[in-house]
Design a protein around this ligand. Sequence first.
Ligand code: ATP
Length: 592
Amino acid sequence: MVKFEKLAEYYGVLEGVSSRLKMIEIMSETFKEAEPSEIEQIVYITQGVLAPPFEGKEFGVAEKIAAEAIALATGYTKEDVEADFRKTGDLGSTAENLVSKSKLKRMSSSKPNVSDVYSSMVKISESSGKGSKDQKIKLLANLVASSSPVEARYIIRYPLGQLRLGLGDATMLEALSVMYKGDRTLKEHLERAYNICSDLGLVAKELKSKGIKAIEDFSVSIFKPIRPALAERLPTAEEILEKMGGECAVEQKYDGFRCQIHKMGKRVEIYSRRLERTTDMFPDIAAAAIKEVSSKEVIFEGEALAYNDVTGEFMPFQETIQRKRKHGISEKAVSLPLRLMAFDLMFAEGKSYMNEPYEQRRQKLEQVLNGSETIKPSKRIITRSAKELEDFFNSSVSDGLEGIVAKDLKSPYIAGARKFSWIKLKRSYQGELSDTLDLVIVGYYRGKGSRTEFGFGGLLCAVYNEKRDIFETVSKLGTGFTEAQMQELNNLLSKIEQKSKPARVDSIIEPDFWVYPKYVVTVKADEITKSPMHTCGMSIQEDGSKSGYSLRFPRLVGETAVREDKSPEEATTTKEIIELFGQQKKVRVSDR
Ligand code: ATP
């Protein structure tokens, strides 16, 4: 069994390294020491969660609770804790400092295992309702009181969601491969398994207890969400057809909430684009999945959007988003009914359809939806003609939709990856990139002039480089914010400020404040240009200078300040920026 202190020591080392290879090495050592029964917990703890995120288990521990627990455990006053926190800016370090100075005797002489700490954390998370705050404080204080200083650092950071290890899921997958085989060659298999269950702990446990064969045979299961397939972009109908080998399906593209629906008998769960359980938000769709879908066991996917029963028209996203609420859900379901336009099927009646070609999946989808009302298959055509594709695109746009998604008739469902088996073509606006970009905030600037009031001046934004599992800067962002958005950003960002550049950020520019990569914003820009200031896609040019990519005239778009349905790893990637750069050149040539 691994002692928590050992894990904490590994974390301490991890925090200090920025080389990815070194991180993989350290993490694989940790995994090697773990028993099959505890590797799952180690993975969750390292991810900063209690269970796979789709289970929605929250710690319910705010900074105030953590601060009180530290005071109780160390015998210091709340004021002492706050004073130290002001210096460190991190309650974990404060816990570490005060535990090492505390005159109270360590509560227990035996050192807890990882599983002891984990089960206490589960208890903390499960305590709810009246008196739960005090109970959480007590439980957390007990843990801190029996910890060494370095253990205390992570025991406090973990439930606050602030581990700061700089370790992404991709790096953990490689570490698992190294643990098992001594090199990184199993990463692809592991990634595939992860993409179809979204549960990294489970993948680690299967590998450790049953070996690589179990990972290769890994299959979908109901109530474990599949990481969604994503679409590439191409600028013209001709290019899409050519890429698809001369023939493809073309589906209308609906702008609402992506829903992955899992049904077994009378139980239905709906997962979001980000694989969060959102069943409660869609009682009408869940009911329809039971009543209207003929298959008893099924996983399928579609876009839910508001629909006007009288005119038969879909409503824009600004209307649909009103369904995103915590209260009055059933009233809103009546006044603003949704339709689910289903576009894929991954499992039905005990059989996985993941490896079946699109056309087969589609036929099964239409079969299980036969006669349904609320849930309909997406509208589509199959074509060999660029003209027909373009006409279908134009008619979709004039129906108020976003555009189309073209689909390769022969392709399997490719979970968790952006591949050319799906290609989107969206309405474009003149003089602008045709699509918005989703950027990760890695830093921000103090305001000048009228903006100083709440200290906010703009953002430093990055894209995700999948290969390096790191965030590369691509743009500063200073326009498009409403006052409320600035205030919100200021609130959110001040909580995740970092003293120095976070481990997973690659940047030449120094913002006023660094922040942990956590929030994603949607940005529109006119153009992608080359720039020596940004690290996105940075490479050496013919003349020997270094150049990356950046955005021209970037501005924030969207109703909300940050995009909640995307994690930093799901933001626009470096690869996409480079592709978009290539495409815009082509468009310009063909415009002439
Ligand atoms: P992405 O999901 O590709 O990261 P995004 O969330 O910004 O990007 P878009 O770029 O607008 O979304 O396009 C992809 C999304 O389009 C899908 O995630 C899905 O929710 C939606 N969509 C709507 N209609 C369809 C359809 N017929 N087939 C596939 N996806 C569709």
